[in-house]
Ligand binder design. Structure first.
Ligand SMILES: [Cu+2]
Length: 110
């Protein structure tokens, strides 16, 4: 939907204006929390952010971004900050499936 795309563009633009410098990272998705617009990700070290590898929740800039992601996917993502200064995923790309089984307690067989 055009309106949603415009909003996503506006959000992405706002995030990049608020925080110059692109922080990109990769990780494995443990859980997709659609209602909260959150991904639980085990990510590797993010040097540009001085962050060790860890497992944590990240909000996404637009919940529509969650439609293509599922638990067990490996992803590459970009991080910005929202209006409150919290980390938010501004862009993500599924790069594959983890060989390790994601343990989110909500596994679907397929
Ligand atoms: Cu982290």
């Amino acid at each position: 939907m055009a309106k949603r795309n415009l909003m996503l563009m506006a959000l992405t633009l706002a995030a990049s204006l608020a925080w110059a410098g692109d922080h990109s990272a990769s990780g494995t998705v443990n859980a997709v929390k659609v209602k909260e617009g959150v991904l639980n990700i085990s990510h590797g070290p993010i040097k540009s952010m001085n962050m060790e590898g860890m497992t944590m929740d990240f909000k996404v800039a637009d919940p529509a971004m969650l439609s293509d992601v599922k638990a067990g996917n490996t992803i590459e993502f970009s991080l910005g900050k929202d209006a409150k200064g919290a980390f938010v995923i501004t862009d993500l790309e599924v790069t594959g499936e983890s060989t390790a089984h994601a343990d989110d307690g909500h596994e679907h067989s397929h």
